[in-house]
Design a protein around this ligand. Structure first.
Ligand SMILES: Nc1ncnc2c1ncn2[C@@H]1O[C@H](COP(=O)(O)OP(=O)(O)OP(=O)(O)O)[C@@H](O)[C@H]1O
Length: 244
């Protein structure tokens, strides 16, 4: 579904992504675990076409981001770290706007908006301006929006930051349900080890390179700790550690 080969992104002299290779198959929920500054947001910005890479290739469903960006981006849904809804528009208008951008027929959009909001328990907020919603419910609107065009690949950049445990659990459950129902592929950036522990696969990113890749148990073992949290902290704070 997603193939990344030799991806490099530099900011001046700083290398944020350092020849990154990665393949994600269909139907996997993958946690991208990395400390502050690891390169998670940079990777998302490249994958969503906001920044061009300095080197390397990315394909989404075999479509190249370099030469077939418009088609490739149609398969991607994204929730960025910073909230990106229009605060003055209603939830419905925000969602409708996104559906229009993707050329969804109005009837299909209305059905998906109603269904998505009901699944996340925000159907009662459809007519309210986003400004009036709690942070957790705004996030849920962003998730409904990201799924409206039924993307094959869903990118979520630390979507649970600032959410209470119930909202976090609801969001995770909604993602799980989407993976199970549609076989979508999810790349979920986080620095919360407990979230990564629940994923099918964990990637540990540090200084723009992958330190480990596998099930939570595999990654814990590969990084040499008894628990994932301990292994992660150790691996990402020892200066001599480089890619596996
Ligand atoms: N616009 C920019 N200009 C210069 N350097 C940048 C810029 N954006 C990111 N960086 C640097 O690139 C590296 C990767 O940053 P990035 O924001 O991708 O990490 P992250 O894993 O998303 O971190 P966080 O968990 O704090 O969001 C860091 O060293 C950061 O300082």
């Amino acid at each position: 579904m997603l193939r990344i080969h030799g991806l490099v992104k530099r900011y001046g002299a700083r290398t944020a992504l350092d020849a990154l290779d990665l393949e994600l198959p269909t139907g996997q929920w993958v946690a991208l675990l990395g400390p502050n500054g690891a390169g998670k947001s940079t990777l998302f910005q490249v994958l969503t076409g906001l920044f061009a890479a300095d080197a390397g290739d990315v394909t989404v469903d075999r479509l190249s981001l370099r030469t077939q960006a418009t088609q490739a981006l149609r398969h991607i849904g994204v929730v960025f770290q910073q909230m990106s809804l229009d605060l003055d528009l209603s939830v419905r208008r925000n969602l409708q706007f996104h559906a229009d951008l993707h050329g969804l027929p109005r009837a299909v959009a209305a059905e998906r908006i109603a269904e998505g909001c009901a699944a996340l328990g925000i159907a009662g907020d459809l007519s309210r301006p986003v400004r009036e919603l709690s942070g957790g419910n705004r996030r849920k609107v962003e998730l409904v929006r990201a799924l409206l065009h039924r993307p094959k690949l869903l990118l979520m950049d630390e979507p649970t930051v600032g959410l209470d445990p119930k909202s976090r659990r609801d969001l995770l459950a909604a993602i799980r349900a989407d993976v199970a129902a549609r076989g979508s592929t999810v790349l979920w950036a986080t620095h919360l080890v407990e979230e990564a522990e629940a994923a099918d696969r964990v990637l540990v990113l540090h200084r723009g390179r992958l330190l480990a890749d596998g099930t939570p148990a595999d990654v814990t073992a590969a990084l040499g700790g008894a628990k994932l949290e301990q292994a992660f902290i150790h691996a990402t704070t020892s200066p001599e550690k480089t890619a596996a």
